[in-house]
Write a new protein. Structure first.
Length: 192
């Protein structure tokens, strides 16, 4: 029996490392603090053809909206090893009657018809939106601490939403992850 040489080429090892860190990002999002201990966070890792489908949808949306930023961000997605999607079921209330959603209380919020907006479904419980932000920060921090380049991107979430990924979500955000000689997410044109 002939064994393979005990080596891992740089690009192969880097790609495997990115996927392992992406899994740790999911764990960080899951264990991030949640309002009242109620977890309505949803997560998913996409790579390969699924990742490229998000980039295709982003380019399509850029054409529709005449926003160059969609095309710029789509290039970042194509150049990434993977994308981590983090979302929330924001249509559930937590019973505080705070009014942050725009309704007098949680009962009115829950009775309100949920409407699909241009990108997401609303209204959203303000505390669920905060939970999403904390989960995103925890995931991005995890990648950064492990030297994996990343950036939280709204436009990825809009495309993923249109593609019906994480279909129970009302809001989705994306974090592309990569290992390159220089960070591709921050050294780019500033077009919005």
């Amino acid at each position: 029996m002939k064994l393979s040489p005990p080596v891992i080429e740089g690009k192969d090892g880097e790609g495997e490392a990115v996927l392992e860190v992406a899994k740790l990002m999911l764990a960080a999002a899951r264990t991030a603090p949640k309002t009242a201990g109620v977890d309505d966070i949803l997560t998913l890792i996409v790579y390969g053809e699924e990742k490229d489908a998000i980039a295709d949808k982003m380019e399509e949306m850029g054409e529709e909206r005449k926003i160059e930023g969609f095309r710029r961000d789509a290039k970042n997605v194509r150049d990434s090893h993977a994308v981590v999607l983090i979302a929330v079921r924001g249509d559930k209330s937590i019973g505080l009657d705070c009014g942050g959603c725009g309704y007098e209380g949680c009962r009115e919020f829950e009775r309100a018809g949920k409407k699909e907006g241009k990108d997401f479904v609303g209204p959203t419980c303000i505390f669920k939106a905060l939970d999403l932000g904390i989960a995103l920060g925890s995931a991005a921090k995890t990648a950064s601490r492990l030297d994996i380049d990343n950036r939280i991107m709204y436009r990825i979430g809009t495309a993923a939403s249109r593609l019906k990924q994480l279909s129970q979500a009302t809001i989705i955000m994306g974090i592309p992850v990569s290992v390159k000689g220089k960070n591709i997410y921050f050294d780019r044109p500033a077009k919005v």
